[in-house]
Ligand binder design. Structure first.
Ligand SMILES: Cc1ncc(COP(=O)(O)O)c(C=O)c1O
Length: 485
């Protein structure tokens, strides 16, 4: 699509599809090469993890974060682990760690509030009334969008409602919303309520796509096939970019194209994809999307979210949820109650920006200014690939190196194009005994009872030593549990 005059330039066009050049073979070649260089022969040797970490060109990014010590996590047993040692924090898929600079940015705004009160709205380098706009370039870069296509506002589920209220216009013949059968509960409820709010029934209009019998993840070809066969009745295709439970990264471009071929609108929940994998929402022609920023975006629990509305809707004035921040800035404070709707994604804002949350976003963007998401993605593939290698080698059902009765399979797709930082590990036995033992030893991972643990080595602040230490603790705990069984 051509750039409109006077607007920001389009983001760079992606070179490949959902580009990721990594494979299991490449990870193995890399590990072997590093083993040769270091003289450490066994690829599972913890000493190799030290060598990999020392040789990592991006290892310094970790120092830009507050990385928790084991002793500051709750429920850690300090007779089992040195409280001064780093924790094993592999839970950035749930809550990202705090960039050190965030405290400084927040303090600046707290000081400003203390010193000038209401004048802070329009004064200073980042006037609060415009503070969200200061994030647009950085956030636009992370999602592959023009500034006009992005807003930083609200929280994720609220933005899903904001977008569906505007874009879900069911008709007698086209009224369905297609989503995955295991969508995150908030998305599921948001869609149910949107269907009912529009006067339709969930039974008739909500379509939840299941993986094939015996499979954990949806195949792209099955999603596309379903859309091709049923698309005439589908108003909206709404998927998550990365599935929260399985860690599967969907083919956003291909699914969006398939929806468009059948005249559907296609929207995305990018909670687990934002700042995790490079996105190209503009070029993939996505209609709308929403995300939270507290996972890989590292802005703090429940912090400010974002939304994307494609440039083709720039001048579109469809009915939506409105507030004073939907009104153009030039006349917003005239207060004559005659709406002059802002253009593009800005016109989907409702309230004035919460500066404490925006400050956290500004802090986090300072990190992403220093390192590109493409470089982080490459690092992420190797870190997660290393975790996969260790899990398969030391816990794989058929591995002759497994020393525990416990075995682990990985639900997340093997294909690097179909995953980000996270791997979802499925244990051969329930994790209700193992999980608290991990916590006692300073491990932060995300449990899903009965037998799944989600583990995310985050490209920003985790390293190979964290991954190897996690595996050692898992071995130790598995042995203890087995000895007492
Ligand atoms: C995929 C997905 N959707 C929606 C949500 C809900 O986010 P919020 O509570 O910020 O609205 C989450 C939260 O983790 C999520 O992972």
């Amino acid at each position: 699509m051509a750039d409109n005059e006077g607007q920001a330039p389009a983001p760079p066009q992606p070179e490949g599809e959902q580009e990721c050049m990594c494979t299991q073979d490449k990870v193995l070649q890399f590990l072997n090469k590093m083993a040769d260089e270091s003289g450490i022969k066994d690829l599972t040797d913890p000493a190799l993890a030290e060598f990999l970490t020392d040789s990592d060109a991006l290892k310094g990014i970790r120092d830009l974060f507050h990385y928790p010590k084991a002793g500051t996590l709750p429920d850690v047993d300090t007779t089992l682990v040195d409280p001064e040692a780093d924790s094993i924090y592999l839970c950035g898929n749930s809550l990202g760690l705090m960039p050190k600079v965030t405290a400084e940015v927040m303090k600046e705004h707290l000081d400003k509030w203390a010193k000038m009160g209401v004048f802070g709205h329009m004064t200073g380098e980042v006037p609060w009334a415009h503070s969200d706009e200061h994030c647009l370039e950085g956030v636009g870069r992370l999602v592959g969008a023009k500034k006009e296509e992005v807003s930083v506002c609200n929280s994720l589920t609220v933005n899903i409602h904001v977008l569906l209220t505007a874009f879900y216009k069911p008709t007698e013949t086209r009224h369905k919303i297609l989503l995955e059968s295991k969508a995150f509960p908030s998305d599921h409820y948001a869609i149910e309520s949107q269907i009912r709010l529009k006067g339709r029934t969930v039974e008739e209009s909500m379509c939840c796509l299941e993986p094939r019998e015996g499979e954990e993840t949806l195949r792209t070809e099955d999603i596309i096939d379903y859309i091709e066969k049923n698309g005439d009745e589908i108003a909206i295709v709404f998927f998550s970019g990365i599935q929260y439970y399985t860690g599967q990264l969907f083919d956003i471009k291909a699914i969006t194209e398939a929806g468009h071929r059948k005249g559907c609108l296609v929207g995305w929940d990018l909670a687990h994809a934002f700042a995790n994998v490079p996105l190209h929402l503009h070029w993939w022609d996505v209609d709308f999307a929403a995300w939270c920023s507290y996972k890989y975006g590292c802005t703090g629990a429940g912090s400010i979210a974002g939304l994307f509305v494609h440039e083709r809707f720039l001048h579109d004035k469809r009915e939506r949820m409105l507030g004073w921040w939907s009104h153009k800035m030039s006349s917003r404070f005239v207060m004559d109650n005659v709406l002059d709707l802002d253009e593009g994604a800005s016109g989907y804002r409702i309230s004035n920006p919460p500066i404490h949350c925006v400050a956290a976003m500004l802090g986090s963007l300072k990190i992403f200014d220093q390192v590109s998401l493409e470089n982080l993605r490459s690092r992420s593939c190797y870190l997660t690939g290393y975790l996969e290698y260790l899990v398969k080698t030391l816990f794989g059902e058929d591995s002759d190196k497994r020393t525990t009765k416990l075995s682990i399979s990985i639900i997340t797709p093997e294909d690097f194009h179909q995953r980000g930082c996270q791997l979802s590990l499925k244990f051969s036995s329930p994790i209700d005994v193992i999980y608290p033992e991990l916590v006692k030893r300073g491990v932060a991972v995300d449990k899903r009872y009965p037998n799944v643990i989600r583990v995310a080595p985050v490209h920003l602040y985790n390293n190979y030593v964290d991954v190897r230490r996690f595996i050692s603790v898992l071995q130790e705990v598995a042995h203890i549990v087995e000895d007492h069984a």
